[in-house]
Design a protein around this ligand. Structure first.
Ligand code: ATP
Ligand code: MG
Length: 506
């Protein structure tokens, strides 16, 4: 426990600084104290030595007459006086030829110092008289010697007092210095302590080794730098990922927007088409109603005229030329009657009976009907029938009429030397499609929007009425189907009829 506390304190940065400063101050104080004690001791010793010498000189001066007279009684007074001092242990007074004239002592413990002084014939003071009358002509003479032995107690006591004072001063200084150092270290290491508290508080401590406060700070900062660089790297890769995701999302958005725009365009086209078809249907129905009412009015007179003409034709007296003219008139009446029928069927396109119709059989019947005309026009029919074509729900006669119109138009478009007409059938989903493709003259782009309009024809007046396609359109629509045209002038034309398999039934 004690060892752990000691090693903990050693690792503490503040304690280490404190110990260093305090140790330095203590060493400094000890050194200063030692020097001071030594110097003061020397001073004291010099002073005592001077005092001893002075005492000896004073005694020598005082016993000058006694020594000169070699009279011990004269010596007793000064010696007694000197002995009164506490530190004087012994006193000797020697006369000429080292004869001991006076000796006094006072016993006491401890060491001693002995100071010698010569007893001179002339005094130390100017008032003193010389013991020789001719003193002025000769130099002072040594009459004897005195010795004063002093106790070393004052020196020891003085040294002891100096040591005690110095130690006390050093102790006080050290105590104050320790306090001041503690305060300074405390203030100086406050930021470090705060930092350590923060590190502990935020759980950032990365104490990995027994390295103390600074080691902890260093480890923690190393750990933080490592974590920050890891975070930065993570952040960079996250940013790159997010950027890539955003770019992907942007690309998807752009793709979705393009798709949406395409859908909107397609839908707009469909709507425009539907709108045109509606307009067209509306136009057709208006024309149909008008045509039917006119046709109705024309029907009876035409039949009357034809009956009259037929009656005239049956006359045997009729000349041959006239008979031919009447035949021509009857043929024209038939043509007008057919036109009237066509016009009437605008208004009642679905008058027939619906049933399951085999499209291939209906096409074959039409081909058979037009056999002669086809060969006259050198038209080569290529039948490209689907293997298994479902039957459609339709009025067979009306369907045949549509096929006949389209085949007749194809034949009319072929050049004089003839060409190919391709009939294809396909089943797709819930519809059957029938295609008439000819290698004929084609339709001019400016004519294409008008081909389904009633009475639009580019054919000579006697040949075309311009009702074939509008009639076919009306029939196909009444069957719930569609009819489309594609054409390139000089290359040919393709009409496609689509009929629902179950559409008309519902
Ligand atoms: N296959 C085709 N090739 C070239 N032009 C065509 C073709 N089909 C139709 N047309 C053009 O469309 C016009 C209208 O055709 P539609 O069948 O309605 O009338 P028509 O053929 O002119 O007369 P009708 O059919 O009444 O005898 C034609 O006059 C012709 O200009
Ligand atoms: Mg026609």
């Amino acid at each position: 426990m004690r060892r752990r506390l000691a090693s903990g304190l050693r690792r503490n940065f503040a304690v280490r600084i404190y110990l260093f400063l305090a140790g330095s101050l203590a060493a400094f104080a000890v050194l200063l104290t030692a020097i001071s004690v030594h110097v003061q001791g020397r001073l004291l010793s010099d002073q005592i030595q001077r005092e001893g010498l002075n005492l000896a000189v004073l005694l020598a001066d005082a016993v000058r007459v006694g020594v000169f007279a070699e009279n011990p009684e004269l010596l007793a007074g000064p010696v007694e006086n000197v002995l009164r001092r506490r530190d004087v242990r012994q006193v000797w007074v020697f006369g000429a030829r080292r004869r001991l004239l006076k000796h006094a002592n006072r016993p006491g413990p401890g060491g001693r110092y002995t100071f010698w002084a010569p007893v001179l014939s002339s005094g130390s003071y100017t008032t003193d008289m010389s013991l020789y009358f001719d003193e002025a002509t000769r130099s002072p003479t040594a009459l004897g010697r005195v010795a004063v032995e002093l106790s070393d107690a004052p020196l020891r006591e003085g040294r002891h007092a100096i040591l005690t004072r110095s130690i006390l001063a050093a102790g006080s200084f050290l105590a104050l210095a320790a306090l001041a150092t503690a305060l300074v270290v405390r203030e100086a290491t406050r930021p470090l302590r705060n930092l350590l508290a923060d590190i502990g508080g935020h759980g950032l401590s990365a104490r990995t080794a027994e390295a103390g406060d600074l080691g902890l700070v260093r480890d923690t900062f190393g750990h933080l730098v490592h974590e920050i660089s890891a975070l930065t790297a993570g952040l960079e890769s996250t940013v790159a990922e997010r950027t890539a995701e955003l770019q992907r999302a942007n690309a998807e958005l752009a793709h979705a927007r393009d798709e949406l725009e395409e859908r909107v365009r397609a839908r707009t086209r469909e709507l425009e088409e539907t709108h045109n078809q509606l307009l067209h249907a509306e136009k057709l129905s208006a024309v149909g109603r008008l045509a039917a009412s006119i046709a109705h009015e024309f029907n009876n007179p035409i039949f009357g005229i034809r009956s009259v003409l037929q009656a005239i034709r049956s006359l045997e007296t009729l000349p041959r030329d006239e008979a031919e003219s009447v035949d021509l008139a009857i043929a024209e009446c038939n043509r007008v009657a057919a036109l009237i029928r066509n016009l009437q069927s605008f208004n009642r396109p679905s008058r027939g009976v619906f049933g399951l119709v085999d499209v291939h059989r209906a096409l074959d019947a039409i081909l058979l009907l037009c056999r002669r005309e086809l060969s006259a026009k050198n038209a080569r029919v290529e039948a490209d029938y689907a293997d298994r074509l479902p039957a459609v729900w339709a009025v067979e006669d009306q369907l045949k009429q549509v096929f006949l119109n389209l085949l007749t138009n194809a034949m009319d478009a072929l050049p004089a030397q003839g060409g190919a007409i391709r009939l294809s059938t396909r089943a797709s989903g819930d519809a059957v499609s029938v295609q008439f493709r000819d290698a004929g003259s084609g339709i001019l782009p400016e004519h294409l929007p008008h081909v389904f309009e009633p009475f639009f024809t580019t054919k000579p007046e006697v040949k075309g009425t311009g009702l074939g396609l509008p009639l076919s359109y009306g029939i196909v629509r009444s069957h719930g189907g569609t009819i489309d045209v594609e054409s390139r002038p000089g290359e040919g034309t393709t009409f496609t009829v689509r009929l629902p398999i179950e559409g008309a039934r519902s």
